[in-house]
Design a protein around this ligand. Structure first.
Ligand code: GLN
Length: 284
């Protein structure tokens, strides 16, 4: 029997579902097939459903599905992921951008006027998704992307080139250390590692393939958040904003760190799943 695109996708989805690799196995099988057919839009699959799956595309699809069956994240197999309506390159050098982090961009944009020069820092930028999304929508702002891992910063540079952002520069180093003698920023945004070292969640799903340096926040998950929050006032102008993402159940502790560091106007925001996920505050 000749294998059509639709049959190949259906069989692959069944395999992924049977091994409980994903709760959205149909969507994943389609996304992996789109890549093999060199198409970009999910709807294009429907019009090609009855096409015969050619040999080259078929082999590539088999390889993609086998990698997925072994547990590898779809974003690493495809080498990209959408965030704030743009495609970003993703590699195991950085966290895969997640929808809940889009809230960081929403809060940042609400605090950066469209036509004013503002110095903005994305601390621990990873693939650059948060800082670059801001850079593309606030062309007068000067965005600094910083990271401690050189390969990760390289990935953020590749994404900057891919998206043709002009208003971006890069700093390699440990948190605020390389920036300590710089002019202050008007906004700092950060999605630091915040998972507790022994969190059982680390043994399941995509996270097993992501870099521990981007995930682990010490015994209570708060060690990096504490550094980011405590060090921020020195590098923020008066009236400057700090925005951080945090883990489930960390809201009270993170809000307390903001208050202890002298921030006022401390607000908490929920993610699309209704979980308290982002805190921001103003340096008086
Ligand atoms: N949101 C990620 C997760 O829970 C973790 C991201 C982070 O540590 N900054 O899987």
């Amino acid at each position: 029997m000749i294998k059509t695109v639709a049959i190949a996708v259906k069989k692959a989805a069944q395999k992924l579902a049977a091994r409980q690799i994903s709760d959205v196995s149909g969507i994943e099988a389609q996304a992996l097939m789109l890549d093999c057919l060199e198409l970009s839009d999910q709807s294009q699959i429907q019009t090609r459903a009855e096409w015969t799956l050619e040999k080259t595309a078929g082999l590539k699809f088999e390889s993609h599905i086998n990698r997925r069956l072994a547990g590898e994240p779809v974003a690493y197999i495809l080498g990209r992921r959408e965030f704030y309506k743009k495609q970003f390159f993703t590699t195991p050098a950085a966290l895969i951008p997640r929808p809940e982090s889009e809230g960081l961009v929403d809060v940042a944009l609400a605090h950066i006027p469209a036509n004013k020069k503002r110095r903005v820092l994305d601390m621990g930028t990873g693939c650059g998704a948060v800082g670059l999304s801001i850079a593309l929508l606030r062309e007068y702002a000067e965005i600094t992307l910083s990271d401690v891992v050189e390969d990760t910063l390289t990935l953020s540079k590749q994404n900057t080139a891919r998206l043709e952002a002009q208003n971006v520069r890069f700093v390699l180093g440990d948190w605020y250390e390389p920036l300590k003698d710089e002019q202050a920023f008007s906004l700092i945004v950060s999605n630091p590692p915040y998972i507790a070292d022994n969190d059982p969640h680390l043994k399941r799903g995509d996270i097993r393939y992501e870099p521990p340096v981007a995930l682990l926040g010490g015994a209570d998950g708060l060690s990096a958040l504490s550094k980011v929050i405590t060090g921020a006032p020195k590098l923020l102008q008066r009236g400057g904003i700090l925005i951080t993402e945090h883990g489930q159940g960390q809201k009270q502790a993170v809000a307390a760190l903001f208050a202890k560091a002298g921030f006022c106007g401390i607000h908490s925001i929920r993610d699309p799943a209704g979980i308290e996920r982002i805190i921001f505050g103003v340096k008086p």
